[in-house]
Design a protein around this ligand. Structure first.
Ligand SMILES: Nc1ncnc2c1ncn2[C@@H]1O[C@H](COP(=O)(O)OP(=O)(O)OP(=O)(O)O)[C@@H](O)[C@H]1O
Ligand SMILES: [Mg+2]
Length: 244
């Protein structure tokens, strides 16, 4: 579904303070899988996601989404992708339904009120349909971000720390929603610092550290390799080893 080849991202290029946020990353995401992207703060996870989504310009390398090059075939590749960004960024004075209508329009798709209702009720915010964004709590805004990502009916969904700052109940809801979407055939890439969440959800796990892809492996075989330890213990040891 996604092919990332020799992807490098250097921020502040041309100045003396260059930062290699991604260092020659090559990986593939299979259709229908849930991939957990793990790594410490500043590792390059968001940069990788935002590059695939066309929000960050790669310095070197290439990315294709279902065969569409993210630069040459930007419109086609972007159509296939839904993104729930790490930072909440929504129009304060818009209503929830405005956000969905606007986003659907942005993708050049026909307005579909039935679809909006379906998505909002799946996320338990149908009753907030006409509420202005600034009146919503943080958790509700997270739901709106997810609704917005689904409104273009994407085939791949990126969730960049969807459960950061979310209460236990919403976290559970989000986890079961991700599972349901995946059962319906959606390919999902998520980042999280809650390892137990990655352990429960993912088929494969990728570890990024200082811009480098350390590995991408089946979760089951990773856990088996480490004699059944929890993903959290495996992760802590690996990152500690690499950074000593
Ligand atoms: N727009 C930018 N300009 C310059 N440097 C940036 C920019 N965005 C990110 N960086 C730097 O690139 C590196 C990777 O950042 P990135 O946000 O991709 O990390 P991350 O793995 O998502 O971290 P976190 O877990 O904290 O979200 C960091 O050192 C960060 O400071
Ligand atoms: Mg990030």
């Amino acid at each position: 579904m996604i092919k990332v080849t020799n992807l490098t991202k250097i921020y502040n290029k041309g100045t003396r303070r260059e930062l290699m946020a991604l260092d020659n990353v090559t990986l593939q995401v299979n259709k229908g899988e849930i991939l957990a992207l793990l790594g410490p703060n500043g590792a390059g996870k968001t940069t990788l996601i935002n590059t695939i989504c066309g929000l960050v310009e790669p310095t070197k390398g290439s990315v294709t989404v279902r065969g569409y090059d993210i630069k040459k075939d930007y419109r086609d590749s972007r159509q296939l992708i839904g993104l729930v960004p790490q930072e909440i960024f929504l129009e304060h004075f818009a209503t929830v339904i405005d956000v969905l209508r606007y986003t659907r329009g942005y993708f050049g798709k026909k307005q579909d009120e039935e679809l909006y209702k379906e998505i909002l009720s799946k996320l338990s915010i149908l009753n907030k349909k006409d509420e202005k964004i600034f009146k919503l709590s943080g958790g509700m805004k997270r739901r709106v971000l997810l609704a917005r990502a689904l409104v273009s009916e994407p085939e791949v969904l990126f969730l960049d720390e969807p459960t950061a700052g979310v209460d236990v109940e919403l976290r559970r809801e989000l986890i079961s929603l991700v599972k349901d979407l995946n059962k319906e055939g959606m390919t999902i890439i998520l980042t999280t610092h809650y390892l137990e969440e990655a352990e429960r959800l993912s088929d494969r796990v990728a570890l990024i550290n200082k811009g480098k892809l350390e590995f991408i492996k089946e979760k089951e075989s990773l856990v088996a390799e480490h004699k059944g330890k929890s993903l959290e213990d495996i992760y802590v040891n690996l990152v500690k080893d690499k950074n000593e």
